[in-house]
Design a protein around this ligand. Structure first.
Ligand SMILES: [Zn+2]
Length: 258
């Protein structure tokens, strides 16, 4: 058995301010909690499959994991070093698990909601609004790898179930606004993540790969503010609909900004 854990920082218990996820002194406690939540996920996998191969990828732009605090010495920590987007090479993996996830941009009362950057108003793929979870689950799913578990805020969990109704989820906090949430106790969040991961391990085979959005792909992105002329000029492969919106038509997911 081989598992890929994809992580982000905004979805952990105890974090509901953007300053807690950006460079600076306030970020470290969020990183510590993410690392603890990842450790809990690893413990859950090991409870059912002690000899599993476990790869962990840090999916937060400026780094979300404290690698020295990963307790299981046998996990492979991929970190942020190139080649980027390792979730495009999931051949041989049994399943993907997601820890620390937030909801897509524009989700009501979803703490720290965004889609890749806070400049994005929305991404749509073949008419479907899609965020980081859906995009990455689709990349995995097109490689026949199911995404079987998500830990994150309540809106991220609902978003995951919208795409994959069978997925196991654990809620770390309940969103009350963009920078407001009611949090689980940090240790309780970890305990639930371990239990949820065990449930997911026992349900492998019941949770199908997410591949419902099929090529040809028509991708549309809209930014909150007008896109700079210089940025546009550097990207001749994009078709600009107006000063905030562009589209990409392709059969290849890796050509999209996922
Ligand atoms: Zn993110």
């Amino acid at each position: 058995m081989k598992f890929f854990i994809l992580t982000d920082l905004e979805g952990v218990a105890g974090t509901d301010l953007f300053t807690q996820t950006r460079k600076g002194s306030m970020k470290e406690s969020s990183m510590r909690q993410l690392t603890h939540e990842v450790n809990a996920c690893v413990e859950g996998i090991r409870t059912v499959y002690p000899d599993a191969v476990i790869d962990i990828w840090d999916g937060h732009g400026n780094g979300g994991i404290l690698p020295e605090e990963l307790i299981d010495v046998d996990v492979n920590y991929i970190g942020r070093t190139p080649p980027s987007k390792p979730y495009y090479r999931l051949e041989g993996y049994t399943a993907m698990l997601v820890v620390g996830q937030h909801a897509m941009a524009g989700t009501i009362d979803a703490p720290l909601n965004h889609t890749y950057t806070t400049e994005v108003m929305y991404y749509r793929l073949n008419g479907v609004f899609i965020g980081e979870f859906g995009a990455r689950a689709l990349v995995a799913g097109t490689q026949s790898v199911p995404t079987i578990f998500l830990a994150g805020d309540d809106k991220a969990a609902l978003e995951a179930k919208m795409f994959i109704p069978e997925i196991e989820t654990v809620v770390t906090k309940y969103g009350k606004g963009v920078e407001s949430a009611i949090h689980l106790d940090k240790a309780e969040s970890c305990a639930r993540i371990k239990e949820g991961t065990i449930r997911a391990m026992c349900r492998i085979g019941e949770i199908p790969p997410f591949a419902a959005i099929k090529p040809p792909y028509r991708f549309e992105a809209r930014n909150l503010a007008p896109i700079g002329k210089e940025w546009m000029a550097k990207r001749p492969h994009l078709k600009f609909i107006d000063e905030q919106t562009y589209t990409i038509e392709t059969d290849d997911l890796s050509k999209l900004p996922f």
